[in-house]
Design a protein around this ligand. Structure first.
Ligand code: ADE
Length: 277
């Protein structure tokens, strides 16, 4: 996969060089280009914004700068320029050592056009299902807006070269799209086959089955007088699975009742599961 990010704050994307994303870059499974929008500015002040048509507060990002930037990035005329920050390759994760086959998710769409993701609080909510579908994309471009936003004509025009998605990471307003890009990139890249060694580790994630994951424990058996639930030490896999499921349902019921309604409708859980939790 190749990810390109266009932003006026390239340094904000520095975390993409680290940890799992950095490792995916080293493995050759991911290429990342981070590009300063001002490189496409036309005046000596490298301006990228102007006052809003119709008046009002704030500034709007100019189509005359965004248009050429998106053209060049769609055509891969600018290099993938982000290197991994660290050497990870000789440090396999313990789950990789188990040698479990990675699994690819199913693509939602079949198109030659790259995917243009525009983070905005006015977009459709980003979900785990999007992360799964987009983990199969070949080329994803993120356009980071600042100020009041980007001139809407940029996206109308971009439809000739891209599949355009306006996406929100939650019901709150950030200063710009950069942090949302980090969030979405991490959610997407960890699902690329081979990036996270153990396929079970994301099949059991919260949201993958429409429910939240329950609590987890590790050694020591007793810590500050608090014990690991007995059943987890029983070695009885059926009982352990039932315990985890009922915890997962109980947590979801408490903090996300909306997900329970959906899980019942989709048959992920039964009314009996709900009663036992
Ligand atoms: N930019 C500003 N707020 C945002 C949000 N909630 N999601 C995505 N991009 C944003």
């Amino acid at each position: 996969m190749r990810i390109d990010v266009i932003t006026i704050f390239p340094e904000y994307l520095e975390p993409m060089r680290h940890a799992l994303l950095g490792k995916a870059i080293e493995q050759g499974r991911l290429e990342v280009g981070v590009h300063d929008l001002r490189n496409w500015a036309e005046d000596k002040h490298r301006s990228v914004d102007d006052s809003p048509a119709g008046g009002g507060p704030g500034m709007v990002m100019m189509p005359t700068v965004w248009g050429p930037a998106l053209d060049d990035v769609a055509a891969k005329k600018v290099p993938a320029n982000l290197e991994s920050a660290e050497a990870h390759l000789n440090r396999p994760r313990h789950d990789e050592l188990e040698g479990i086959e990675p699994k690819a998710y199913e693509a939602k769409e079949d198109s030659e056009l790259p995917l243009l993701i525009v983070p905005t609080p006015a977009g459709a909510p980003f979900t785990q299902a999007d992360a799964q579908a987009w983990s199969t994309e070949e080329h994803i471009v993120f356009a980071c807006g600042r100020y009041e936003g980007i001139d809407q004509r940029v996206f109308e025009d971009a439809k000739k070269r891209y599949r355009v998605r306006e996406v929100s990471i939650g019901d709150y307003v950030l200063i710009g799209g950069e942090v949302a890009v980090l969030v979405m990139s991490e959610a997407i890249v960890r699902l690329i086959p081979g990036v996270l060694g153990n396929r079970r580790s994301h099949e059991e994630d919260s949201f993958s089955d429409g429910l939240l994951e329950g609590p987890c424990y590790t050694k020591p058996r007793v810590w500050r007088g608090l014990e690991i639930p007995e059943v987890l030490l029983s070695g009885n896999h059926k009982l352990i699975e039932a315990f985890r499921k009922s915890n997962s349902v109980a947590r979801t019921k408490k903090v996300r009742p909306d997900l329970i309604t959906r899980a019942l409708k989709e048959g992920t859980i039964s009314p009996a599961d709900l009663e036992q939790s």
